[in-house]
Design a binder for this molecule. Structure first.
Ligand code: NCD
Length: 353
């Protein structure tokens, strides 16, 4: 049985297969209308969502399956103090595949360890969001023809932006991909993402200004400043309008630039960009349904024991200091660390007690 917790759970060949299947579904949707007849998708959204939850729901419906679940933590037993493990044990008895979004980083790892059905991570705190990356990759394939030799600008909240972390992990596996990381220093890409996916693998530069690099980009991936993850409201207010892409700023950009955004946008792309032929973010949202259909089909085919990620050592002298990590709140789980001292749930470096 397979789960999708981190985008690197999929090989590049599997990503190619998913893109092929999604493209076939786009061309021949009628061939797939009964593919998941009798199957149930559990959608557990402990955090707000529009596109991801609705596109998964619409994906399962398009495959002839059924959907059950909840769209806010308040309407589930988590509000009564239930652990993630207990919720997942129950829901995996009621469904054939689970998609979950949770504010705590590493929650899908906890879920996949106890689930009897495949678990898909639809976003865990500010950590990862692999199915948004599949959507991004399908869009890049359609717009740019492939993934090699691209200069990718990622702009905005690179600290808390989980879609950025998964996109960088995925794109760093292709040839001659260069990243331009555009963020204020307070919202720079976390060290664990750099160490794991960029250092020694990919050329990258970190800059604060959007205008100074726009002319060399093949892809510009804009992101929202993630208000809900800030410790201080004042800091959010100070940083929230760090970047606003306007039609004017695009004058020096390449004619075949592809402008992406996982959405929702707040202020970071002005509406005057929407009519520019390089604005691909609404197509990107549309592709989400088809790649998720392909993913559901793929994961439902896999059988056997779960590919557990609970590999690490218990070390009583270490503690994970990330206040957003599931290991700090979930009762009864093992606190595990890698040999280099990173928490296996949130990937952040642990500290000696
Ligand atoms: C993103 C998310 O939830 O991380 N949204 C999405 O899934 N399309 C981006 C965001 O919320 O800013």
């Amino acid at each position: 049985m397979r789960n999708l917790v981190n985008i690197l759970d999929l090989s590049t060949e599997e990503i190619d297969d998913l893109i092929k299947t999604a493209s076939d579904i786009i061309d021949n949707p009628e061939l797939y209308t009964n593919s998941c007849r009798g199957k149930i998708l559990g959608t557990l959204f402990f955090e707000p969502s529009t596109r991801t939850r609705l596109s998964f729901t619409s994906a399962m419906m398009g495959l002839g399956g059924n959907v059950l679940g909840f769209s806010q933590a308040a309407s589930s037993s988590i509000s009564k103090g239930e652990t993630v493990s207990d919720t997942i044990r129950m829901v995996s008895a009621y469904s054939d595949i689970i998609v979950m979004r949770h504010p705590k980083e590493g929650a899908p790892i906890v879920a996949s360890a106890v689930s009897s059905v495949p678990v898909i991570n639809a976003g865990d705190g500010g950590h990862f969001h692999p199915t948004q990356t599949l959507t991004d990759l399908l869009t890049i394939k359609k717009k740019k023809g492939g993934f090699n030799n691209l200069t990718v600008g990622v702009c905005g909240d690179l600290k808390y932006g989980r879609t950025v972390h998964s996109l960088i992990a995925a794109m760093s596996r292709y040839e001659n991909v260069k990243f331009v990381l555009i963020a204020p220093s307070e919202l720079a890409l976390p060290d664990y993402v750099k160490a794991e996916y960029l250092d020694g693998k990919c050329e990258y530069t970190e800059i604060a200004g959007l205008e100074e690099s726009i002319d060399r980009l093949d892809i510009l991936y804009m992101t929202r400043i993630q208000a809900e993850r800030f410790e201080s409201k004042e800091e959010y207010e100070r940083l929230k309008d760090s970047y606003v892409l306007t039609a004017d700023k695009l004058k020096s950009a390449k004619a075949d630039l592809s402008i992406l955004h996982p959405l929702p946008r707040v202020n970071e792309i002005s509406v005057d960009v929407d009519d520019d032929p390089r604005a691909d973010y609404f197509d990107q949202a549309m592709y989400g349904r088809y790649i998720r259909m392909a993913l559901i089909l793929m994961l439902l085919k896999t059988k056997g024991i779960s590919d557990s990620r609970l590999i690490g050592v218990e070390n009583s002298s270490l503690e994970c200091t990330n206040t957003h990590c599931i290991s700090r709140t979930e009762r009864g789980i093992k606190r595990l660390f890698t040999s280099s001292g990173a928490c296996i749930y949130c990937d952040q470096q642990a500290k000696t007690k």
